[in-house]
Design a protein around this ligand. Sequence first.
Ligand code: SF4
Length: 73
Amino acid sequence: MLTIRHKKPECIGCDMCVELAPAYWAMGDDGLAYLRIVARTRGDFSFGEGFEDDRDLLIEVADECPVAIIEIG
Ligand code: SF4
């Protein structure tokens, strides 16, 4: 499994991650995207897991996030 790191408080709500990878992100009532499944949190960071088959998609999302708050490991 891949590790997804998301710094939700810095999200600007552009909706890109939700559009590209709705299995992983959803838009909250607060206008910030959130990881659907959070394995753990640390400070401002939420950590989730991604399937290896979704590697290219998740890297695309991380690359396209306009505020670069998504990292895939
Ligand atoms: S792509 Fe980045 S800024 Fe846009 S909604 Fe997702 S986390 Fe927020």
